[in-house]
Each structure stands twice: as C-alpha cells, then as structure tokens.
Write a protein that binds this ligand. Structure first.
Ligand code: AR6
Length: 194
C-alpha cells in the first residue's frame, strides 16, 4: 500500500518540469452546501457502489436527475466491463445525460468499518485522473463514503485537504466540494480553509 500511495503522491504533485510548455496551476477549491445534481461542473462525481446499478444518497439523486440513459450505460458497463463490479477505490466515467455536466465519474468509496480507509484517497485521485483525461476544467465531489459507508466527515476533510493542498493541474481549474448538511459544511470549511 505504501508504494501505491507514493505513486499517487508523485502523480498529484507533478510539476511543470514534467512536461514542456505546460501551465500547471493550483485549482480553485470551492466548498459549498447543496445538491450535487444542481451544481454546474464539467465532471460530477458519484459516490457509487461496486454493483453500479444504483443505491441511495448521492447515487440515487444523480440517477434521478440524469435519467434513464445513465442507468442503461451503467448496466452495459456492469455486463461488459465490470462483471464482478467496480472495485473499491476505482473510478469509471459515463455520459452525463440530463445533468449539467460533460461526464459523471462513478467511484466506489471504502466502507469505514470494513475496507481499507486509505482507499478513499484513491477514489479522489482516480476521479481527478479521469476528469483530466476527459479535458474537464471543473469537477464536483460529494463527501465520498461519509453517508451510507460511515466514513467520519472530519477524517474525510483531512484527506481531501492533504490531497489538494499542493495539487496542480494543467487541465482542472476548479474543484467544488459539495456538502449536504450545515454541519458537514462547517467541518469542511474549518479543516480545509482555516
Ligand atoms: N448532493 C450532495 N451530497 C449528498 C447528496 C446530494 N444530492 N445526497 C447525499 N449527500 P452516500 P457513501 C451526501 O450515502 O457514503 C449509495 O447507496 C451525504 O450526506 O451517498 O459513499 C451508493 O450506491 C454524505 O455526506 O455515499 C452506495 O451503496 C455523502 O453525500 C453507498 O450509498 C455520501 O453519502 C455509498 O455510500
């Protein structure tokens, strides 16, 4: 795990010297309270489950808002690409359908009492990688794993802060962190902005 973490850390902290003529900027970090399906961003991240066929929380809201096309694409993905399901920590992109976005990125967070909590970091990184591959300038994240999967909001905020504090990108200009409750918003603002 330590080796994998270093690999991701190196990727997140890439510098301009890695690529000629690239302009690497620190994306703006915006923390808001709201419904992620109403946020305008090139990439909207879904806190999915391995089955990819739907669930509660953010997953339910995104499927309702995106419509039937998303459900059909997820069914195909499941049948043809992930017959055993999308593993924890991994991410996959689909069309955004009726959402005000270019793509939806589905990532499976760790269940706090069951899976390796380190995998939460991997969810964010793999989502960022997919957003860059798809030329997305903005990406909106829910607080992955902090609902049904029981991850403490404060720990999630600390992981997100550590990850994005020194992150630079030549593609992504804004990272929007969308919280569902006043309390979660307060914790994120305290941990990340102060
Ligand atoms: N917009 C933004 N955040 C939301 C929204 C919304 N519309 N709805 C809920 N949240 P969860 P998980 C917050 O349970 O913990 C699903 O069934 C919520 O308050 O959606 O990763 C999947 O299919 C919480 O802070 O995701 C999986 O089975 C955060 O989003 C499982 O739940 C994540 O809560 C994944 O669990």
């Amino acid at each position: 795990m330590a080796k994998k973490r270093d690999e991701f850390t190196a990727w997140m902290h890439r510098t301009k010297s890695n690529k000629e003529n690239a302009v690497w900027d620190k994306p703006k970090i915006t923390i808001i309270k709201g419904d992620i399906t109403k946020v305008k961003a090139d990439a909207i991240v879904n806190a999915a489950n391995s089955g990819l066929l739907g669930g509660s929380g953010v997953d339910w809201a995104i499927r309702q808002a995106a419509g039937l096309g998303l459900q059909q694409e997820c069914q195909l993905l499941r049948e043809e690409v992930y017959p055993k399901g999308l593993p924890v920590g991994k991410a996959v992109s689909t069309g955004a359908y009726k959402l005000n976005a270019k793509i939806i990125i589905h990532t499976v967070g760790p269940r706090y009492y069951k899976d390796n909590p380190e995998l939460l970091r991997e969810c964010y990184i793999r989502s960022i990688m997919l957003a860059e591959e798809n030329s997305c300038e903005s990406i909106a994240f829910p607080a992955i794993s902090t609902g049904a999967y029981g991850f403490p909001i404060e720990k999630s905020a600390k992981i997100v802060k550590e990850l994005f504090d020194n992150f630079k990108s030549e593609v992504i200009q804004e990272i929007i962190l969308v919280l569902w409750s006043d309390e979660d918003l307060r914790v994120y603002k305290r941990e990340i902005e102060e």
